[in-house]
Ligand binder design. Structure first.
Ligand code: 6PG
Length: 227
Protein backbone atom coordinates (compact mmCIF):
# COMPACT_ATOMS: atom_id res chain seq x y z
CA UNK A 1 0.00 0.00 0.00
CA UNK A 2 1.35 3.48 -0.88
CA UNK A 3 0.20 6.72 0.68
CA UNK A 4 1.19 10.31 -0.17
CA UNK A 5 0.94 13.10 2.40
CA UNK A 6 1.77 16.65 1.27
CA UNK A 7 2.56 19.31 3.87
CA UNK A 8 2.74 23.08 3.47
CA UNK A 9 6.44 23.37 4.32
CA UNK A 10 9.49 21.57 5.72
CA UNK A 11 8.72 22.53 9.32
CA UNK A 12 5.21 21.06 9.16
CA UNK A 13 6.61 17.95 7.46
CA UNK A 14 9.08 17.48 10.33
CA UNK A 15 6.37 17.97 12.99
CA UNK A 16 3.99 15.53 11.32
CA UNK A 17 6.70 12.96 10.64
CA UNK A 18 7.70 13.05 14.31
CA UNK A 19 4.06 12.57 15.30
CA UNK A 20 3.70 9.59 12.96
CA UNK A 21 6.89 7.96 14.28
CA UNK A 22 5.76 8.51 17.87
CA UNK A 23 2.38 6.95 17.14
CA UNK A 24 3.96 3.89 15.48
CA UNK A 25 6.25 3.40 18.47
CA UNK A 26 3.25 3.75 20.77
CA UNK A 27 1.56 1.07 18.63
CA UNK A 28 4.49 -1.28 19.22
CA UNK A 29 7.31 -0.50 16.79
CA UNK A 30 10.57 -1.12 18.65
CA UNK A 31 13.15 -0.44 15.95
CA UNK A 32 13.66 2.63 13.80
CA UNK A 33 15.73 2.78 10.62
CA UNK A 34 17.20 6.28 10.32
CA UNK A 35 17.29 8.09 7.00
CA UNK A 36 20.56 9.92 6.46
CA UNK A 37 21.41 13.15 4.71
CA UNK A 38 20.01 16.54 5.75
CA UNK A 39 16.23 16.29 5.36
CA UNK A 40 15.47 14.10 8.41
CA UNK A 41 17.46 16.26 10.85
CA UNK A 42 14.43 18.50 11.54
CA UNK A 43 12.28 15.41 12.19
CA UNK A 44 14.86 13.97 14.59
CA UNK A 45 14.97 17.30 16.45
CA UNK A 46 11.14 17.30 16.65
CA UNK A 47 11.22 13.77 18.09
CA UNK A 48 12.93 15.15 21.21
CA UNK A 49 9.58 16.77 22.08
CA UNK A 50 7.55 13.60 21.65
CA UNK A 51 6.61 11.44 24.65
CA UNK A 52 8.34 8.22 23.54
CA UNK A 53 9.63 5.30 25.69
CA UNK A 54 13.08 5.68 24.16
CA UNK A 55 14.62 3.03 26.39
CA UNK A 56 12.60 0.49 24.37
CA UNK A 57 13.75 1.80 20.99
CA UNK A 58 16.66 0.45 18.91
CA UNK A 59 17.70 2.76 16.07
CA UNK A 60 19.82 1.58 13.13
CA UNK A 61 21.16 2.99 9.86
CA UNK A 62 19.84 1.83 6.48
CA UNK A 63 22.98 3.42 5.13
CA UNK A 64 26.19 5.05 6.24
CA UNK A 65 29.12 6.80 4.70
CA UNK A 66 32.48 5.06 4.94
CA UNK A 67 34.11 7.56 7.31
CA UNK A 68 35.19 7.05 10.95
CA UNK A 69 32.84 7.40 13.93
CA UNK A 70 32.30 11.03 14.88
CA UNK A 71 33.09 12.24 11.36
CA UNK A 72 30.72 15.10 10.37
CA UNK A 73 29.70 13.20 7.22
CA UNK A 74 28.46 10.20 9.19
CA UNK A 75 24.70 9.85 9.30
CA UNK A 76 25.09 8.60 12.87
CA UNK A 77 26.85 11.85 13.79
CA UNK A 78 23.92 13.91 12.44
CA UNK A 79 21.30 11.68 14.11
CA UNK A 80 23.16 11.71 17.43
CA UNK A 81 23.48 15.49 17.50
CA UNK A 82 19.82 15.93 16.51
CA UNK A 83 18.34 13.29 18.80
CA UNK A 84 20.24 10.30 20.09
CA UNK A 85 22.62 12.25 22.32
CA UNK A 86 19.46 13.51 24.06
CA UNK A 87 17.36 10.36 24.58
CA UNK A 88 18.08 6.92 26.12
CA UNK A 89 17.52 4.94 22.93
CA UNK A 90 20.04 2.46 21.54
CA UNK A 91 21.75 3.59 18.33
CA UNK A 92 23.48 0.80 16.42
CA UNK A 93 26.43 2.44 14.64
CA UNK A 94 28.22 0.88 11.70
CA UNK A 95 31.60 -0.42 13.00
CA UNK A 96 34.85 1.17 11.85
CA UNK A 97 37.09 -1.78 10.92
CA UNK A 98 39.61 -2.80 8.26
CA UNK A 99 37.49 -2.08 5.23
CA UNK A 100 33.94 -1.27 4.16
CA UNK A 101 33.13 -4.84 3.11
CA UNK A 102 34.12 -6.22 6.52
CA UNK A 103 32.13 -3.48 8.27
CA UNK A 104 29.06 -4.34 6.18
CA UNK A 105 29.33 -8.03 7.11
CA UNK A 106 29.62 -7.19 10.80
CA UNK A 107 26.71 -4.73 10.66
CA UNK A 108 24.54 -7.22 8.78
CA UNK A 109 25.13 -9.64 11.67
CA UNK A 110 24.24 -6.92 14.18
CA UNK A 111 20.99 -6.28 12.32
CA UNK A 112 20.17 -10.01 12.28
CA UNK A 113 20.60 -10.04 16.07
CA UNK A 114 18.77 -6.75 16.72
CA UNK A 115 15.84 -6.35 14.31
CA UNK A 116 12.50 -8.12 14.70
CA UNK A 117 12.06 -11.26 12.62
CA UNK A 118 9.13 -13.32 11.42
CA UNK A 119 9.34 -16.93 10.20
CA UNK A 120 13.13 -16.61 10.29
CA UNK A 121 13.17 -13.48 8.11
CA UNK A 122 14.09 -10.02 9.39
CA UNK A 123 11.05 -7.75 9.57
CA UNK A 124 12.19 -4.17 10.34
CA UNK A 125 9.12 -2.45 11.71
CA UNK A 126 9.69 1.18 10.74
CA UNK A 127 12.28 2.47 8.26
CA UNK A 128 12.78 6.13 7.36
CA UNK A 129 14.31 6.86 3.98
CA UNK A 130 15.21 9.91 1.94
CA UNK A 131 15.18 10.54 -1.80
CA UNK A 132 18.14 11.77 -3.78
CA UNK A 133 17.59 14.01 -6.81
CA UNK A 134 18.90 11.11 -8.94
CA UNK A 135 16.33 8.72 -7.50
CA UNK A 136 18.66 7.01 -5.02
CA UNK A 137 17.59 6.02 -1.54
CA UNK A 138 19.72 4.84 1.36
CA UNK A 139 22.98 4.32 -0.55
CA UNK A 140 21.33 2.45 -3.39
CA UNK A 141 22.48 4.75 -6.18
CA UNK A 142 21.36 4.16 -9.78
CA UNK A 143 23.59 1.73 -11.72
CA UNK A 144 25.57 0.63 -8.65
CA UNK A 145 26.16 -3.00 -7.74
CA UNK A 146 24.21 -3.00 -4.47
CA UNK A 147 20.91 -2.34 -6.29
CA UNK A 148 21.02 -5.86 -7.78
CA UNK A 149 22.14 -7.73 -4.63
CA UNK A 150 19.54 -10.24 -3.48
CA UNK A 151 21.48 -12.65 -1.27
CA UNK A 152 22.61 -10.09 1.30
CA UNK A 153 20.79 -7.61 3.58
CA UNK A 154 23.54 -5.02 4.06
CA UNK A 155 26.57 -4.45 1.84
CA UNK A 156 29.39 -2.11 0.93
CA UNK A 157 28.67 -0.27 -2.30
CA UNK A 158 31.24 1.61 -4.41
CA UNK A 159 29.51 4.79 -5.64
CA UNK A 160 31.30 6.23 -8.66
CA UNK A 161 29.29 9.48 -8.46
CA UNK A 162 30.67 10.01 -4.93
CA UNK A 163 34.06 8.40 -5.61
CA UNK A 164 33.54 6.71 -2.28
CA UNK A 165 32.41 3.57 -0.51
CA UNK A 166 28.98 3.64 1.05
CA UNK A 167 27.34 1.00 3.23
CA UNK A 168 23.70 0.24 2.57
CA UNK A 169 20.69 -1.93 3.18
CA UNK A 170 19.83 -3.88 0.07
CA UNK A 171 16.38 -4.01 -1.52
CA UNK A 172 15.57 -7.36 0.14
CA UNK A 173 15.99 -5.77 3.57
CA UNK A 174 13.89 -2.73 2.62
CA UNK A 175 11.28 -4.98 1.04
CA UNK A 176 11.01 -6.86 4.35
CA UNK A 177 10.02 -3.70 6.25
CA UNK A 178 6.51 -3.43 7.64
CA UNK A 179 6.52 0.30 6.97
CA UNK A 180 8.78 2.63 5.02
CA UNK A 181 8.34 6.37 5.51
CA UNK A 182 10.03 8.59 2.93
CA UNK A 183 10.83 12.15 4.02
CA UNK A 184 11.21 14.45 0.99
CA UNK A 185 11.56 18.21 1.08
CA UNK A 186 12.46 20.98 -1.33
CA UNK A 187 12.01 21.90 -4.96
CA UNK A 188 15.26 20.11 -5.84
CA UNK A 189 13.48 16.78 -5.28
CA UNK A 190 10.36 17.62 -7.32
CA UNK A 191 11.46 15.95 -10.57
CA UNK A 192 12.77 12.80 -8.87
CA UNK A 193 9.61 12.55 -6.76
CA UNK A 194 7.31 12.92 -9.75
CA UNK A 195 9.27 10.27 -11.68
CA UNK A 196 9.21 7.85 -8.74
CA UNK A 197 5.51 8.33 -7.91
CA UNK A 198 4.16 8.69 -11.43
CA UNK A 199 5.98 5.67 -12.80
CA UNK A 200 8.34 5.50 -15.68
CA UNK A 201 11.46 5.02 -13.65
CA UNK A 202 13.35 2.06 -12.23
CA UNK A 203 15.22 4.33 -9.84
CA UNK A 204 16.15 2.55 -6.59
CA UNK A 205 13.69 4.65 -4.58
CA UNK A 206 10.89 3.43 -6.84
CA UNK A 207 12.05 -0.18 -6.46
CA UNK A 208 11.55 -0.04 -2.68
CA UNK A 209 7.79 -0.04 -3.30
CA UNK A 210 8.00 -3.52 -4.83
CA UNK A 211 7.93 -5.08 -1.39
CA UNK A 212 7.27 -3.17 1.83
CA UNK A 213 3.74 -3.70 3.12
CA UNK A 214 3.20 0.03 3.63
CA UNK A 215 5.05 2.97 2.06
CA UNK A 216 4.17 6.46 3.25
CA UNK A 217 5.59 9.41 1.32
CA UNK A 218 5.72 12.50 3.55
CA UNK A 219 6.66 15.44 1.37
CA UNK A 220 6.42 19.20 1.43
CA UNK A 221 4.66 21.32 -1.18
CA UNK A 222 7.90 22.31 -2.91
CA UNK A 223 8.86 18.69 -3.49
CA UNK A 224 5.32 17.88 -4.65
CA UNK A 225 5.08 20.73 -7.14
CA UNK A 226 5.24 18.43 -10.22
CA UNK A 227 2.70 15.91 -8.97
C1 6PG B 1 22.65 9.56 2.71
C2 6PG B 1 21.20 9.21 2.68
C3 6PG B 1 20.62 9.46 1.34
C4 6PG B 1 19.73 10.67 1.53
C5 6PG B 1 19.43 11.32 0.21
C6 6PG B 1 18.70 12.66 0.44
O1 6PG B 1 23.44 8.85 3.34
O2 6PG B 1 22.95 10.62 2.12
O3 6PG B 1 20.83 8.12 3.28
O4 6PG B 1 19.88 8.40 0.80
O5 6PG B 1 18.52 10.27 2.18
O6 6PG B 1 20.67 11.56 -0.44
O7 6PG B 1 19.58 13.47 1.18
P1 6PG B 1 19.15 14.96 1.64
O8 6PG B 1 18.07 14.76 2.66
O9 6PG B 1 20.41 15.54 2.24
O10 6PG B 1 18.66 15.67 0.42
Amino acid sequence: MMELRVFADAATLAEQAAALIASRIEDGATTLGLAGGNTPKATYEQLRHQDIPWDRVVAWLPDERWVPPGHPDRNATMASAALFDHVPATLLEVPWVDGAKHAALLYEETLRESLPSEHGQLRPDLVLLGLGDDGHTASLFPDTAAVDVRERLFVANWVVAKNAWRLTATLPLLWAARTIVFLVSGVGKALALSQVLQGGTLAPAARTMDGAAEVVWMVDRDAARLL
